[in-house]
Design a protein around this ligand. Sequence first.
Ligand code: HEC
Length: 194
Amino acid sequence: MENTNKDPKEVFEGYNEKYDEKLMIDHDYDGIRELDNPPPPWLMWLFYFTVFWALGYAAYFHFFHVGPLQAEEYEIEMKEAAEKYKTNDAETKSIVLLTDEASLNAGAATYAKSCADCHGPEGKGGIGVNLTDDKWLYGNSVKNVFETIKNGTSKGMTSFASLPDDQLMQVTSFVLQKLNTAETETDTTDNTEN
Ligand code: HEC
């Protein structure tokens, strides 16, 4: 090629005297010569940084297992959630119908305060459904009713998870034994409050 030995100043626009000896690489490939044009330092440092980062990352997660991997993180979070929203069997087994007068009175008080606005003072319904009949959307076992009250529903029943389980148990017992007069095994000896 003709321009093989041209002055670099002529071929390279950004030519700078100070890089002179560094710029032109020694090799001569069939008349083709090459300028040494390395990437800028900031880019090289960024590159080295990513390499070190990768080493640190691999050591942290894979070689020494300091941090949890995705799958472990998932397990941990699921465990935390299970703790937080205790609805597993072990927990629900302790849900029982309370029959003593004190508990039922406490349930009545909670009902009047938190439920009557929607379900009516006698549980005959209003904004909320009738709680005195034999129609149950979510089942009428103690556990079912307890969980409906505790968790609420997507169709307007408020969640009362903020109340302690004991109080929920009282109001559940009140609903089932005092409000509900349908064919459930309700208290037949004392219906005076209905
Ligand atoms: C904001 C209004 C509102 C309040 C407050 C409310 N409920 Fe409800 N409740 C509803 C509605 C609406 C439904 C029907 C939900 C559905 O169809 O999913 C319902 C459903 C229920 C059910 C399920 C009935 C069935 O057929 O299975 C029970 C039990 C219940 N409520 C009890 C209570 C108790 C106890 C309280 C007070 C601690 C309460 N509710 C407070 C609106 C309310």
